[in-house]
Each structure stands twice: as structure tokens, then as C-alpha cells.
Ligand binder design. Structure first.
Ligand code: RP5
Length: 166
């Protein structure tokens, strides 16, 4: 059976960013769950989810949090499943606080950190991890790359046509 992805957010205020990851996972047809668990406010629930995630059929966890963003690291401490961290931009330090809190993990405890608010890339990376054991999903990733290339080449063509007309 296909492995699931989970997206955990530290607060419902992270939802607008998380929605982009949800939409991207859905576009690949990846089964996923979304939860609100905080490293600080609900540490027991966050730990329990991560500890049982492998047995519950998950293959990768995405953690989105802002400010002192310890969620991805707290989940990583409880499982050997790959963890992808999304540092969420907060109003005060523009997400640099969350970026450093998420990316600067101690050795032995990695978190694959995407850009500030990089929810779409988090979902694509999750898809790439799950595609290691799912050829149909790997084909969808290749198709996505081909679409991307075609879109850029179309813009390049339009640009050259515009410039040569002047
Ligand atoms: C973090 O603190 C959450 O991930 C959120 O990004 C930030 C602010 O949380 P709220 O005060 O909006 O609940 O834990």
C-alpha cells in the first residue's frame, strides 16, 4: 500500500502556508493527513504522533512552524522517518527566526529544511521521497518537470518574439 504523508503545523495560523503543501500533495494523488500539533503547546501529542507514524503507514512528515520553530526537530527526535521542515514567516523577524530554528539541527538529527514559506517545495520533496518506492508517482514528477520546462520555453519564445519585433 502507498505510504502516506503527514503535514503537521504548529498553529492554525500556519494554515495559509500549509494549504499550499496540501494542494500540491493532492495534485500528485498522495494520501495525506494534516494536523495541528505544537512542539511547545502540545508536546505530548506531537511526540506520540511522530513515534507511531511509521506503524501508521506514513513515509514522510512535513512540519510547518514559525517563530522559535522547534516542531520539525521535535518530531525528528521521535522517528527515523524523513522530516521536511517549512519555516513559516512571522510578522516580526520575517521568518529568519523560524529558518534558523528549523535548519540548524544538531548532527545526527537531520531536518530537510525548505525555504521560508516554501510549502510547495516541501510537498514536492515529500513526493520525491515517496516516489523511491512508487514508480507511478515518479512518472508524475517527471511529467511535472516536463510541464515546467515547456512553460519556461514558451515564455522564452514569447520574449524573443517581442524583442525582435522592436
Ligand atoms: C509557532 O508560533 C506556530 O507554528 C506559529 O507559526 C507561531 C505563532 O503561533 P500562534 O501564536 O499564531 O498560535 O509555534
Amino acid at each position: 500500500m502507498a505510504k502516506k504523508a503527514a503535514i503537521i503545523m504548529g498553529s492554525d495560523s500556519d494554515r495559509p502556508i500549509v494549504q499550499k503543501a496540501m494542494d500540491k500533495l493532492a495534485s500528485f494523488g498522495i494520501p495525506y493527513e494534516t494536523h495541528i500539533f505544537s512542539a511547545h503547546r502540545t508536546p505530548v501529542q506531537a511526540a506520540e504522533f511522530a513515534r507511531s507514524a511509521r506503524d501508521n503507514g506514513f513515509g514522510v512528515l512535513i512540519a510547518a512552524a514559525g517563530k522559535a520553530a522547534h516542531l520539525a526537530g521535535a518530531l525528528a527526535a521521535q522517528t527515523t522517518l524523513p522530516i521536511i521542515g517549512i519555516p513559516v514567516k512571522s510578522s516580526t523577524l520575517d521568518g529568519l527566526d523560524a529558518l534558523l530554528s528549523t535548519v540548524q539541527m544538531p548532527s545526527g538529527m537531520p531536518v530537510a529544511t525548505v525555504a521560508i514559506d516554501g510549502a510547495e517545495n516541501a510537498a514536492i520533496l515529500a513526493a520525491q521521497i515517496l516516489a523511491l518506492s512508487d514508480d507511478a508517482l515518479a512518472d508524475k514528477l517527471i511529467a511535472m518537470r516536463e510541464d515546467m520546462t515547456a512553460a519556461v520555453l514558451k515564455k522564452e519564445k514569447a520574449l524573443q518574439e517581442e524583442l525582435s519585433a522592436n
